[in-house]
Design a protein around this ligand. Sequence first.
Ligand SMILES: [Zn+2]
Length: 214
Amino acid sequence: MSDMSDSPESFPQIAATLSSIARSFYARGWAVGTSGNLSAVVQREPLRLAMSPSGVHKGELVADQILMVDEQGRVLSAPSVKPSDETSLHLRIVKECGAGAVLHTHSIWNTVLSDLHAADGGLAIEGYEMLKGLHGVKTHLHREWLPIIENSQDMPALAELVGATLSKHPAAHGFLLRRHGLYSWGQTLAEAKRHVEILEFLLEAIGRTSRRSD
Ligand SMILES: [Zn+2]
């Protein structure tokens, strides 16, 4: 089912944009080595997701390496290549938030803060002008709660935990996995990219100003 206003971009166009975002995140130090992963909805009914492959260096990712997966995370294109290990988290975020794109980074600052604030279950961000770059936020007085979820290699269990956290915090624009990284999303790929840029900026600003002097 395709509606012109709903899905104006083809899979090759989406794959090209995803790989270019991956390379730009690598260049900024947010997805070094093979870390981080990216996805975008190609079609909703039935769900088709363009997804980055597992184990590919994000500074060298090209459009041809982007896979198409179904709602179970099964690869529908290039069956010899494995999708990212975290595909089930992307699928859960798409279902829970109605997101059109999901982006995941492993920056220094998101890793540091995900550990420092883990005991609080999340991190409150307020008073910053940059918050207005998040969808629906009109003032720097907004209080953004970034939930922190304990990391795990058990992807089905982690996907359940992500789903439960998002239904508890429906206004969140992202969450942190402890000592692992940031997930953010948007209605479009452009919005998801903007949200990552805004959240990475805010996390770095908070990290740099909250360093202990000892
Ligand atoms: Zn990761």
